[in-house]
Each structure stands twice: as structure tokens, then as C-alpha cells.
Design a protein around this ligand. Structure first.
Ligand code: A2P
Length: 269
């Protein structure tokens, strides 16, 4: 790839659906987050995704589905992204700077929403890698805390550094002026790594199947009468977790027919 190709596109004033980047944070050489202005007309439910991107070399928009990581009350939008060296979009998006523009189609959609779940007592958020993004939104939404007695976040990455975005966000929740009080005593956070040696290790699937997570957190096993789950990771991860949830008696829900769990594929390219 040439130096020229890796540079971000210069913003054009006539870009359709343009939003301006307000901040960028790089977490690792594979992960970054950025914030941008929010279209006045954009209303979304926490957990939904939109199409965002840049103008391609051919002058056409190059768009991908990204979960909105900010809560629905936030006046800006936040996104959390992987950097793929030869990924058509992220190889360029990772170089974006404050003041530059991205394209954002203001049509939010998705199944990782509270409305797609039947009422319950415990909410499980199960994520690998950038799959934490929709939960970053839901965790900062008061509705999540009003609807559930307990929220359990399992987030797994290869290395400890990759957990930083989620960890920072979760550790800040009790101090949050809007939801700090709601969160009190309700949040259980269970981060693990699978490659780097850390205090807590293992795949989410293994820690659920073996019962380790229930033992470590001193909580009862999955029960379809009280447990609801939201799943966001790679295709394989989603399928493997679905099998475990189904085995425990939970059924997949949708906007049109709420049930006990919902799944969405995290953006990986
Ligand atoms: P592992 O290191 O054992 O592959 P990736 O970076 O490849 O997207 O993976 C993110 C995390 O998701 C890694 O910790 C990885 O574990 C885990 N993972 C990948 N596939 C699965 C799966 N099918 N079930 C459970 N965990 C998975």
C-alpha cells in the first residue's frame, strides 16, 4: 500500500451526510475510538448501528455498519473500531483527525435493543473485541438500569490492552452524574483474556459452559425465567454462544417478537 493511499481523504464541503470528527483516541495498534457531531434529526435506541464511512477513491461512499457506542442522550456520537491494515475502510479511517469529516447515514437499525427482550431480572452482555461497542451505549442508558436488577458484562479479548476501552467505560459508570446511582450494586464485570496471561482468562463460551463464571461471581446459573442476554462478537462466537443460551432454555428475540436473547455481529473488517 502506498503512503498516498493510507492518508485520510480531505473533507469536501458538499459531502452528503457529513459529520465532523471531534476527538480520536487510539487504544492499541489494532483499536481506536472516535467521536463526531450528531445530526440534529438522528434519534436512535441504545444498541443500534448506523452506516458510516469515507468517500472512496472512486468518489463513491465507502460505508460499513458500526454500532453507536454513545448513549442515545449524548449530543455527540462515539464509535469504537478495529484497524485492519488492508481493510478498505479502516486502513484509512484509523488516520482520521479532529476537524475532518466522515459520512454518516442517519438510519439507525439493529436487534441489540432492550425492546427485543422480554422483561427479566438479569441482563448478560456478552462481547468479544469491538463487540463491546453497542454495550458501551446500553451501559450508559438509564433504561438498562431501570429494567434490570443485575447487569453482567463478560468481555473477552486476546490481550489485556484490548480490554481498556470497555474497562475505562465500566469503571467510570459509578461516577456518572446521570446513572451513577442507578448502577450501584447492580453491575458485575467479568473481563477475560485468551492469549495474554492475566488474572482472569478463558473464552466466554468456556467460562459459561464450565460454570466458572457463575462460581467466580457467586451467582446462580442461567435460567430462562430471569436471564436475558445480548451477544455481540464474531460470527463463530455468536453461533457458539447461541448454542449455549439455547441449551439453557433461552430463545432468540427480535424487534417484532421479543424473547430471552438477541445477537448481532460485530463489525470486523
Ligand atoms: P481466542 O484467542 O481463543 O481465539 P479475535 O481477536 O480473533 O476477534 O477474537 C477476540 C476474542 O474472541 C479472542 O479472545 C478469541 O479467543 C475469542 N473468540 C474467538 N472465537 C470465539 C468463539 N467461537 N467462541 C468464543 N470465543 C471466541
Amino acid at each position: 500500500m502506498t503512503e498516498q493511499m493510507t492518508k485520510p481523504l480531505k473533507p469536501t464541503p458538499t459531502l452528503p451526510d457529513a459529520q465532523t470528527v471531534t476527538s480520536v483516541t487510539h487504544y492499541t495498534d489494532r483499536l481506536f475510538a472516535f467521536r463526531c457531531t450528531r445530526p440534529r434529526s438522528l434519534r436512535f435506541r441504545s444498541g443500534e448501528f448506523v452506516m458510516i464511512g469515507l468517500l472512496g477513491e472512486n468518489g463513491k461512499p465507502l460505508l460499513r455498519a458500526y454500532s453507536i457506542a454513545s448513549p442515545s442522550w449524548d449530543e455527540e456520537l462515539e464509535f469504537y473500531s478495529i484497524k485492519v491494515p488492508d481493510g478498505p475502510l479502516t486502513s484509512r479511517l484509523q488516520h482520521i483527525q479532529p476537524g475532518e469529516q466522515i459520512i454518516l447515514r442517519p438510519k439507525p437499525v439493529g436487534t441489540l435493543v432492550l425492546d427485543a427482550l422480554l422483561p427479566g431480572k438479569r441482563l448478560w452482555m456478552l462481547a468479544t473485541g469491538t463487540g463491546i461497542a453497542p454495550f458501551a451505549s446500553l451501559l450508559r442508558d438509564p433504561e438498562t438500569w431501570e429494567k434490570y436488577e443485575q447487569v453482567i458484562v463478560m468481555h473477552t479479548c486476546r490481550d489485556a490492552d484490548e480490554l481498556t476501552y470497555g474497562r475505562d467505560l465500566i469503571e467510570a459508570l459509578p461516577e456518572d452524574p446521570l446513572i451513577g446511582e442507578l448502577v450501584e450494586g447492580k453491575l458485575l464485570y467479568y473481563p477475560t483474556t485468551t492469549r495474554e496471561k492475566t488474572e482472569r482468562m478463558g473464552r466466554i463460551t468456556d467460562n459459561l459452559s464450565s460454570g466458572k463464571v457463575f462460581a467466580d461471581l457467586d451467582i446462580p446459573p442461567l435460567d430462562p425465567a430471569v436471564d436475558r442476554a445480548m451477544v455481540c462478537g464474531s460470527l463463530d462466537f455468536n453461533l457458539d454462544v447461541k448454542a449455549i443460551l439455547e441449551e439453557a432454555g433461552l430463545r432468540e428475540g427480535a424487534n417484532s417478537e421479543p424473547a430471552e436473547y438477541v445477537v448481532e455481529k460485530a463489525f470486523v473488517g
